[in-house]
Design a protein around this ligand. Structure first.
Ligand code: NA7
Length: 530
């Protein structure tokens, strides 16, 4: 791939979004290239190679639906795919559609500036490449820019420091003494896996998670074929559903169930995994009382699973079930029962220093050969802010978002013409089956580019008013749910410290309908020019 070119579109990132975007634009006859920082395709699934990394959405649903042949031919081996299997799938997709020839690997986009004179983006990379493109498409992922914790003295530590989202497979932790921070989805998986082979593991937890057993297993003979027989219908239901899944929320409210029936419904939902539990009652994410009944049940499960009552207390969340990302566990609570694993709640025992070989709290010192950070991501905006993006008048995206991350439909930012963000703030992606959302975003962007070409328009830009109204709507919908009740990475911040709820929680079906309606109305809320 040339490292300098004049193209219709430059796509940043070769994960689920970037790969499909490239394929789709090529199909529509646009010239497009991808720039990818990693040495392979996969995005999230390329970088997150930490022990135990696995998807918490069933494999048959966490996959592309755009090609019926692909979905029929690809064989998944387990109910929930491990990182390596998803990476193999994306490698297969890249080969199957001959995508690699238009991807520059080991290359990072450093700057993208809108040129008013030509109405095009001038893009630069860290390998000295430059691109002159009509459209800039940020397929940079909502959970891709690792967040480093504010740990005093970390720079003095002389052992290895590993972040789950940038895992270095060459480091062998077997028999080592490890201090681990973070108990979200990644931390829970990494702790369970590492507990099996490290010498000693200290888990530093700040906020406990609700973790539901994955009940992972190999797909049984005939099971996959049976599911694939109705794949088209199921995919269609998922596209128009609240969260991007084929199974709808179960009718009724926990409040109206007699105790025995409530327990039966919740046991069934618990065994069906995270989506099963979220779907247990249709009002689970909206009604505090209904949610508390389910949360109480989940807290009881933690008490049953953890032997030490004090550990169980520390591991028990007090916020509404599902208001932070529900985690999927395979052996996490078992790990905490092991003699080589101990739990430290940093809200009760403050980390005051890190020395060359230990983590020091205000109560004790914990030896460490290595420190593992499962401390998450600068969600929805981090990877975009990492690029020096300047729109109209040289305005930087970071400045634009200082008053809160915003994007019309989660896809376009006022003041940044011809720029699209896949899975941006204001889109439902991170609160849905993200592959379903990604396909919708990519298809909408491709349709927009085709419509512009057909009508002779060269520039599209979100109206500031439409964008503001969309983000107001995103917030209004969020406030009808229990999501804002918890501190979570779903919330962004304004410069003056106000929370901005980023994902659109009105449902992927409703969102799709809105996007289609806007396109059909000649891109209402956008300014188009020739
Ligand atoms: P998450 O879900 O953001 O989890 C990160 C965790 O790290 C979270 O519990 C944080 O606590 C914790 N954290 C951050 N800093 C510290 C310190 N200093 N000490 C202790 N604990 C800390 O990231 P994941 O990678 O697990 O998962 C991200 C998403 O990927 C997940 O939701 C799925 O969608 C896939 P906090 O909450 O800030 O109190």
């Amino acid at each position: 791939m040339p490292d300098s070119a004049k193209l219709d579109a430059l796509i940043v990132g070769a994960g689920f979004s970037g790969l499909y975007m490239l394929h789709k634009l090529r199909q529509e006859g646009f010239s497009a290239q991808v720039v990818e920082a990693g040495s392979g395709v996969g995005g999230t699934w390329f970088w997150n190679r930490y022990p135990g990394a696995r998807c918490d959405i069933p494999s048959l649903e966490y996959s592309y639906s755009f090609d019926p042949q692909l979905e029929q031919e690809w064989e998944w081996t387990e109910r929930y795919a491990a990182q390596g299997e998803i990476l193999s799938y994306l490698d297969h997709v890249a080969d199957r559609y001959d995508l690699r020839r238009d991807i520059a690997f080991d290359t990072r986009v450093t700057a993208a500036h809108w040129d008013e004179a030509t109405s095009r983006w001038q893009v630069e990379t860290d390998t000295g490449g430059s691109f002159d493109v009509q459209f800039l498409i940020l397929a940079t992922g909502a959970l891709s820019e690792p967040k480093m914790p504010d740990l005093p003295g970390l720079e003095k530590f002389e052992g290895k420091v590993l972040h789950t989202a940038k895992w270095d497979d060459s480091v062998d932790l077997k028999g080592k003494t490890v201090c681990h921070f973070g108990t979200g989805s990644s931390g829970i998986q990494a702790v369970a896996a590492m507990s099996e082979y490290v010498g000693h593991l200290t888990v530093f937890q700040r906020t406990p998670s609700y973790a539901v057993p994955a009940n992972n297993r190999p797909l049984e003979d005939g099971e996959q074929e049976a599911a694939k027989a109705t794949y088209r219908e199921k995919r269609d239901v998922a596209r128009h559903s609240p969260l991007g899944f084929a199974a709808p929320p179960m009718p009724g409210s926990a409040k109206t169930f007699a105790p025995a029936a409530l327990k039966e419904r919740l046991e069934q939902a618990w065994n069906a995994g995270t989506t099963g539990l979220l779907n247990a009652f249709e009002d689970l994410l909206f009604d505090e009382t209904s949610n508390e009944l389910a949360a109480k049940f989940a807290r009881g499960k933690i008490a049953d699973a953890v032997r030490d009552p004090d550990d169980a207390r520390k591991l028990t969340p007090d916020y509404p079930l599902g208001s932070r990302r529900l985690c999927s566990e395979i052996g996490f609570y078992d790990a905490l029962n092991r003699d080589n694993v101990e739990l430290v709640d940093v809200r009760e025992e403050k980390v005051v220093d890190i020395t060359a070989h230990a983590v020091i709290t205000d109560k004790a010192s914990y030896a460490a050969d290595a420190i593992v950070l499962a401390t998450g991501f600068d969600a929805c905006v981090g990877a975009v802010l990492a690029i020096d993006i300047r729109g109209r008048g040289g305005q930087q995206i970071g400045e634009e978002w200082a008053n809160g991350p915003r994007a019309f439909l989660g896809l376009t930012v006022s003041g940044f013409p011809n720029m699209f963000a896949i899975t941006g703030p204001g889109s439902p992606s991170v609160l849905s089956n993200v592959v379903v959302s990604i396909e919708q975003h990519v298809e909408w962007v491709a349709r927009c580019l085709c419509d512009m070409r057909a009508s002779g328009k060269r520039v599209i830009e979100a109206d500031a008013d439409a964008e503001q109204e969309w983000m107001r709507h995103v917030d209004e919908v969020a406030q009808t749910t229990l999501f804002p009740r918890a501190d979570s990475w779903y919330k962004g911040r304004t410069r003056d410290g106000r929370d901005v709820f980023m994902p659109y929680v009105g449902g992927v079906g409703a969102y799709r309908a809105k996007c289609d309606e806007i396109a059909a109305a000649g891109y209402e809320g956008f300014a188009l020019s020739s």
